[in-house]
Design a protein around this ligand. Structure first.
Ligand SMILES: [Zn+2]
Length: 347
């Protein structure tokens, strides 16, 4: 399967934090051909193990499987659903989105409704509509009709956007944060082939609500070092200054010196930089970023695990319409696989 085909499947799958099952099944299927063993732990992280020599370092790769989304909080007697946000979503992009409500009886399409412009007061037009004034319309005429669809408080709601190609290597879809990292891990496993290192490639749960799965998975795996494969904000759209972020899509993985949760371990940074230079893989450097990845949690597990990030520049992160270049996933996988082959020299 190509990176494009894998990313399409992963992006179209639903996996709001805490309900990653559909993505996990795909990851099990995609990683199994390249692993000696695939296990699911108690919090339902999925771990693909490639066994190596015990004298060589054990390396954990992590990509979170969950995506930002919504959860049904109340159902009105008129049949409208009010919701809570799961993870960071800009309130301004919520109105008029198409969504899927994942009930016990199946997935039902809906839209996020709000008061139309024609009946808004002048001051209302200038304000961002708060999420508690929005609602999901699934076409149910009353609460009982919504219940008959199996819809209940606590059901997860994902954005309803299908993956499409925009240009030669450029694609658009939902949940690229972090199905891009999931696709990169699968491709890296395919490329590794022979290595003395043990590799544990982990699809983690509940990153978007606080890096939760990565912590327990890292404790269980107990690696010597770790890399998180995730997305990072691309700075190549109008209005973003270079000081905010300088990464561009299509220019190779972004290697971060620091973000708000991690100062990349110097040995890990040197290992990645030297490998990229030796293998002539393009890369970008980023520093002083806001936000963090699974690496921030893995780093502080047990007595500390040297960790770093291999990031894929992505536009419109945490929106239902993210954009990235497939080349960056391919380069990220190539760098990760080459670094693993190189690890014994550095650690
Ligand atoms: Zn992420």
């Amino acid at each position: 399967m190509s990176v494009n085909e894998n990313l399409e499947k992963l992006s179209n799958a639903m996996g709001v934090s805490g309900r990653e099952g559909e993505v996990r099944e795909l990851m099990i299927k995609m990683m199994t051909p390249y692993a000696d063993e695939v296990v699911v732990d108690k919090l339902e992280n999925v771990i693909a193990v490639k066994k190596g020599k015990s004298s060589s370092p054990k390396i954990m790769l992590a990509a979170h499987m969950d995506e930002v989304g919504l959860m049904v909080k109340t159902i009105s007697k008129e049949g409208y659903l009010q919701f809570a946000k799961m993870g960071g979503i800009d309130d301004r992009i919520l109105p008029a989105q198409k969504v899927m409500v994942l009930s016990r009886k199946g997935a039902f399409p809906g839209i996020i409704g709000s008061k139309p412009q024609h009946v808004q007061k002048e001051d209302e037009r200038k304000k961002v509509i708060a999420p508690d004034e929005l609602f999901i319309d699934v076409g149910a005429e009353c609460k009982e009709a919504a219940s008959a669809m199996g819809i209940a408080v606590g059901d997860m709601v994902g954005f309803d956007v299908k993956y499409v190609s925009l240009g030669k290597d450029v694609v658009m879809g939902k949940a690229f944060d972090n199905r891009a990292g999931c696709a990169a891990i699968v491709e890296a496993l395919r490329l590794i082939q022979k290595t003395d290192c043990s590799v544990c490639a982990v699809g983690t749960v509940q990153e978007e609500v606080g890096l939760r799965g990565a912590g327990t998975a890292a404790f269980g795996v107990d690696p010597d070092l770790a890399l998180a494969l995730d997305v990072t904000v691309a700075g190549d759209t109008p209005g973003i200054r270079e000081i905010d972020t300088s990464t561009k899509i299509g220019k190779g993985p972004a290697l971060s010196i620091s973000d708000s949760g991690l100062i990349t371990h110097p040995k890990v940074l040197r290992w990645l930089l030297e490998t990229a230079e030796e293998e002539k893989i393009p890369f970008q450097i980023e520093a002083g970023l806001m936000g963090s990845t699974d690496a921030a949690r893995i780093y502080l597990t047990r007595q500390g695990i040297p960790s770093g990030n291999v990031s894929i520049a992505t536009r419109y992160i945490h929106s239902p319409v993210a954009v990235l270049s497939l080349k960056d996933i391919e380069y990220s996988a190539k760098l990760t696989a080459a670094a693993i082959r190189n690890a014994s020299k550095h650690f």
